[in-house]
Ligand binder design. Sequence first.
Ligand SMILES: *Cc1c(COP(=O)(O)O)cnc(C)c1O
Length: 494
Amino acid sequence: MNVEQFRKAGYQAIDRICDHYYSLQNKAVVPSVQPGYLKPLIPSAPPESGEDFQIIADDYQRLIVPGLAYWQHPSFFAYFPIASTFEGILGDLYASSVANPVFTWASGPACSELEAIVMDWAAKLLGLAPGFMHESGIGGGAIQSTASESAMIAIVAARASYQRSYPDTKLEDLVIYVTSQTHSLGIKAGMVLGLAVRVLDVHPDDNYSLRGDTLSNALEQDAGAGKKPFILIATVGTTSSGAIDNVREIKEVVKDHPYLRIHVDAAWAGVAFSCPEYREMGYLAEINDVADSFCTNFHKWGLVNLEASALWVKNRKYLTEALDVTPPYMRTKQGDNDRTLDLRNWHLALSRRFRSLKLWFVLRSFGVKGFQQHIRKSIGLNNLFVNLVKQSDIIEILVPPSLGLTVFRVKPPSQHRDNLESLNALNTDFFSRLSARDDIYLTQTLLDGVVCIRLAVGAVQTEESHIRNAFGIVVKEATLAIDEWKQRPVQSAL
Ligand SMILES: *Cc1c(COP(=O)(O)O)cnc(C)c1O
């Protein structure tokens, strides 16, 4: 393809993307394809001779697009949103067009510089402490691929820092602390790094928030057993229910345990700190005080497309002292002067995408006000759903709604309220009905053994009508599930 052919194909691609967005809300949210659908449609080896690009572009429309789940669909309420925007798409397009690997400052000066500037912008947007900013000369942030990678880096850095302080520590004594509601990234990091993970209990009575007592009891027990907990992954906005660990109490506990590093995983909820009214409930002041690292994904609710996981640290040497390996061919004059200038020392891989461009585009085009408006709109729409549920006598909310997330289930007819097994069966059936539909997308979860359903609001195109429609579908399927359930023999409930 030459430049003029690219121009033509590029115009067509943009036209088709625009058409896709225009027609999005009339499409099914989830595709009707089954596993293996694509294999018979695509040759099993690459073509011997190159093909005409128009045929390739048409095959993308014909074979791939119908097999996509539309995460930007206004009736997408599953998992957490990927609220990507046109500004983000353009950022990715420009970034791909220059493809700098940015492993050293010199290998992509503008990319390295922009990342530091935009991460400071983002820190200011969220109200993070100046210590997390590059401007401080000590802290700073870099954009990682995902929150899982951000947590992995935080753990590797914490381990290195612990081992520098206590060089005789045996690896088998080191422990990562998570809770039973922490994202699987904690357990996964333990698997990858070969480190023990202790899962702290959180309770329904505390809305699944980690309390100070639980942490201090675990620390005491582990100290007695010769174990060395070195990092706690605290969550602001858990995946299942949007729970927020009690960072105020955690802060009190770690006063007596200064060797315990704190990584805050706010992958989904962290962008809500852009609105000052959500900072207190998310313990931002305490996070600013006590966290060594903080992560939020702009590629979820934060208007930027994948991948844009923002990771900040209060001490950039914390990362570079754990991750810097400089072979001779990587040495540069600038890097020799300052190891923290080279972005390869801020993440696991060597090369990286030019990710800051899309974040820069989004933050400029939306401005702080536009960004806040998006967050507030999602939360307002979720509140609308909550109010509708509260008026219903067949659906109930299980934990207090968190920002844009509601967890609910079918409320059973009164004589069966106490039988959890039977209730779970009812709700499993309810969820099967919802997931058999292609006009809405929700996810289920399990809280303390209770089967429930999550509705997460955050797509850019979602409006009040989509929420009312979603509520209508939920009520309809709940009614059908209850009717069928009533006809079953009741012995399971007795
Ligand atoms: C989504 C999510 C993650 C995982 O995010 P990735 O970027 O896909 O690794 C981690 N923690 C929380 C709380 C999340 O919501």
